[in-house]
Design a protein around this ligand. Structure first.
Ligand code: DC
Length: 224
């Protein structure tokens, strides 16, 4: 019998280091990785491209319902403009409902015959995978996240003014945490990691030790 599928949920606010950590965990433990923010970004981008207001719930829901997986491959999803639109469409209950099944299916039957999946987002531990084997919640102050995000943008050749990035992050935090549907929230059983004082390697080290234990237990369960 092969090892049981393991699921790791990584939640946290924008620029908290979720993506970097999740990718590294997925590579290290041969797990599939889904950046769920990218799905909301694809909806936000499509809404902007259609010339529609991201706050238009009916239009955003229609676009989310028609979304195909290849929409995640397109350009222009990582910009600040798209991120802000993603945060707006993500507050629409119909959009969230339309995207739920895809995320749950990915976790339950990871592509590529992988041994499990890592999903990162805002509501993975609370709504998408409440039974995840490991739930991590990354935190960092808005100032630390803004300076990380500004240097990321500059590395990609985009102009980035720290004060503007900070203001945009704070607005996004407020929308993502304040919405009524699946707000950004640590699950009761999530392990919280404050990354203000921890660099990416230190966060990975902690998360990797936790994952190793889970992978071992899943392996044992598969053998017995
Ligand atoms: O992780 P990100 O910055 O790429 O996410 C973009 C937006 O998508 C974020 O501001 C809120 C939304 N989002 C969400 O509501 N739920 C998720 N699981 C992931 C992202």
């Amino acid at each position: 019998m092969s090892a049981r599928n393991i699921i790791i949920a990584v939640d946290g606010p924008a620029a908290s280091g979720k993506g970097t950590l999740s990718r590294r965990l997925a590579t290290q433990y041969n797990l599939a990785y889904l950046d769920t923010g990218l799905i909301y970004r694809a909806v936000g981008r499509a809404v902007l491209d259609a010339g529609t207001n991201p706050g238009d719930a009916v239009a955003a829901t229609k676009i989310a319902e028609a979304m195909q997986p290849d929409a995640l491959e397109r350009d222009g999803l990582r910009t600040e403009e798209t991120g802000a639109a993603a945060s707006e469409v993500a507050a629409v209950p119909g959009v969230r409902a339309a995207l739920l099944d895809f995320q749950r299916r990915f976790a339950a039957t990871p592509p590529g015959g992988k041994a499990g999946a890592v999903l990162d987002g805002r509501d993975i531990g609370t709504v998408i995978c409440p039974d995840a084997d490991l739930k991590l919640f990354l935190m960092a102050s808005p100032e630390v996240r803004a300076s990380r995000r500004a240097s990321e943008l500059r590395d990609r050749g985009e102009a980035a003014i720290y004060d503007a990035v900070l203001a945009s992050l704070k607005a996004r935090d407020e929308r993502d945490s304040g919405r009524s549907e699946a707000p950004l929230l640590p699950a009761d059983d999530a392990i919280r990691l404050d990354t203000d004082a921890l660099d990416a390697d230190a966060v990975f080290q902690i998360a990797s030790e936790l994952t190793a234990k889970i992978a071992e237990a899943a392996d044992e369960a598969g053998r017995s």
